[in-house]
Design a binder for this molecule. Structure first.
Ligand code: CAA
Length: 379
């Protein structure tokens, strides 16, 4: 497998890196502290074509390959992984779900504005009683002869307060459980849709995460995504792509923390020499660089599996595990290496450590990834 990046991939990586430095870095500490999403920077990402990178031009995308998109999520997440996950949820989960499973009419209606960053999308699967057990959804969408009428509450919805459109999973036939689950595009502007509690989180503080409440929301039949009763498979297929996005977020955090630690070990003098002259610290950095490179290869392989039409459920689950574990390990080690400074906000690594933790949890905890991987081993 050739991991030599193409000229186009290198160019997308470099443009995104520059955008992250100029548009995200100056405000990242304040955005984190105040729990504020940098909407202007996100709009700029849309104008530059980043949000629509891996999608066909006919829907307003850029027609780039999937690895280019992964590189962009990684670069954004190196600097502000709250924006990394907002980007990934909108692109991998909302737009990816529509590309995989929606009708032409729905794709043409909703994708152009989302892919250009004018509108935002979110993915509404999780409920208070349906987290890891996604099959436990209770939200209903019952046909009344003219429309599907949605009732229920979704929680932990990334982009919830900001999104204009939601990809919602609800039971059209509650008796049939997962075989009665269907997917819909629901607009926030539809009567009966409201934003509930906005979460106060440990990390990814500038990403906006909330409940979304549906009270007698009338959704037209044409807004169904995929076939009636096939919503569980729509969600699972969509999450395979989402896990590649979270893996890219994790790898970005790991690389961001690693780069800060390298610089610090060169600059900081203790006991009359730079810190990196202590073999314990130099060896630790060697181990972390190996961990990052292993994770990177697994992520790029998953992206290429998806790009080249191979089954990517397992490679996505593996990439999600190794990249998010690397995010946690590297950011935690970086805090330790920076000592007292590492615990201070202006050195960024404590924020990266807080952000890293959630990557091991959402879009399926890493235990769920092991379930997916082990399921394939013994099938
Ligand atoms: N692609 C397509 N179909 C799939 C699939 C896939 N990757 N995985 C499973 N399916 C299908 C199966 O073929 C099966 O279909 P049939 O019944 O027709 O045979 C059906 O789905 C059920 O499959 P399982 O029996 O394997 O399902 P399960 O109930 O045992 O659950 C699970 C499997 C992997 C644990 C799943 O529930 C899961 O992924 N849970 C985690 C949910 C999750 O990631 N939630 C995060 C929400 S998003 C988020 O975090 C929000 C955010 O904003 C960041």
């Amino acid at each position: 497998m050739n991991f030599q990046l193409t000229d186009q991939q290198l160019s997308i990586q470099s443009i995104t890196r520059q955008l992250a430095q100029t548009e995200l870095l100056p405000n990242v500490l304040k955005d984190d502290e105040e729990g504020r999403f940098p909407e202007k920077a996100y709009a700029k990402m849309g104008q530059m074509g980043l949000i629509g990178l891996p999608f066909p031009k006919e829907y307003g995308g850029q027609g780039a390959d999937y690895l280019s998109y992964v590189l962009a999520v990684e670069e954004i997440s190196k600097v502000n992984s709250s924006v990394g996950i907002a980007y990934s949820v909108c692109t991998s989960l909302f737009s990816g779900g529509l590309i995989n499973s929606a009708s032409e009419e729905i794709k043409k209606k909703y994708l152009p504005d989302v892919l250009s960053g004018k509108k935002m999308g979110a993915f509404c699967l999780t409920e208070p009683e349906a987290g890891s057990d996604a099959a436990g959804c209770k939200t209903t969408a019952l046909w009344d002869g003219e429309a599907y009428v949605l009732n229920g509450l979704k929680c932990f919805i990334t982009n919830g307060p900001l999104a204009d459109y939601f990809l919602v999973f609800a039971l059209t036939d509650p008796e049939k459980k997962t075989k009665g689950l269907s997917a819909f595009v629901v607009e926030k502007a539809m009567p009966g849709v409201s934003v509930g509690t906005i979460e106060n989180k440990c990390g990814i503080r500038s990403a906006q995460v909330s409940e979304i409440i549906f009270e007698n929301v009338r959704v037209p039949k044409e807004n169904m995504v995929g076939e009636e009763g096939k919503g569980f498979a729509v969600a699972m297929k969509d999450l395979d792509g989402g896990r590649i996005g979270v893996a890219a977020q994790g790898l970005g955090i790991a690389k961001g923390a690693y780069e800060i630690a390298v610089q610090y070990l060169k600059d900081r003098q203790q006991f009359g020499k730079p810190l990196f002259k202590n073999q314990y610290l130099a060896f630790k950095m060697a181990e972390l660089s190996v961990q990052i490179e292993q994770a990177q290869y697994m992520l790029y392989k998953a992206a290429m599996d998806k790009q080249e039409g191979r089954n990517y459920s397992i490679s996505a689950a593996k990439a999600k595990m190794v990249c998010t574990d690397a995010a946690m390990q590297v950011s935690q080690e970086a805090v330790q290496m920076l000592g007292g400074n590492g615990y201070m906000k202006e050195y960024h690594v404590e924020r990266m450590m807080r952000d890293a933790k959630i990557t091991q949890i959402y879009e399926g905890t890493n235990e769920i990834q092991k379930l997916v991987i082990s399921g394939s081993l013994f099938r």
